[in-house]
Write a protein of this length. Structure first.
Length: 147
């Protein structure tokens, strides 16, 4: 029988300037997927006038979103990473190159390489129930390796 448990995944984020030693994520959200990687399109295609299909490789970044409990150390670290890389008037961004390493319960290691932080929550929001909204932070990567 296949065991598809994802509990116990260890995620470590390294940012070349802001967090060169890295930090581990431990405060995953309870109301959103802790981390999510959407599918990517690796090839595009079209049909010619004669009905033949043609295809070509299509470069695509690998995106990943992390959702963490607001106000935790993880949220603070990710918020600091976002702010350090945000461009603004009279503000010089860190331009971090980001690497994320994930170790799954079955021992598989996935390393996302040459990445950037692309989106995130600049401040806390509150939902209609009076609860802080889960903070999500998005990254894009050029490549990945598995072992």
């Amino acid at each position: 029988m296949a065991d598809i448990s994802g509990n116990g995944v260890v995620v470590r984020i390294f940012a070349s300037v802001t967090f060169p030693i890295g930090f581990e994520l431990t405060s995953y959200s309870d109301d959103a997927d802790p981390f999510d990687i959407p599918s990517i399109k690796v090839r595009d295609h079209a049909m010619t006038m004669s009905g033949r299909m043609i295809s070509w490789l299509s470069p695509t970044a690998i995106a990943e979103t992390f959702s963490v409990v607001p106000g935790t150390k993880d949220d603070e670290n990710l918020s600091n990473l976002l702010e350090a890389n945000r461009f603004g008037y009279q503000k010089i961004p860190a331009n971090d190159v980001i690497t994320i390493s994930k170790v799954y319960p079955d021992g598989t290691t996935v390393t996302l390489q040459n990445g950037v932080i692309t989106d995130g929550m600049p401040a806390r929001s509150v939902n209609s129930n009076g609860r802080y909204k889960t903070n999500s932070y998005m990254f894009a990567f050029e490549n990945q390796s598995r072992s």
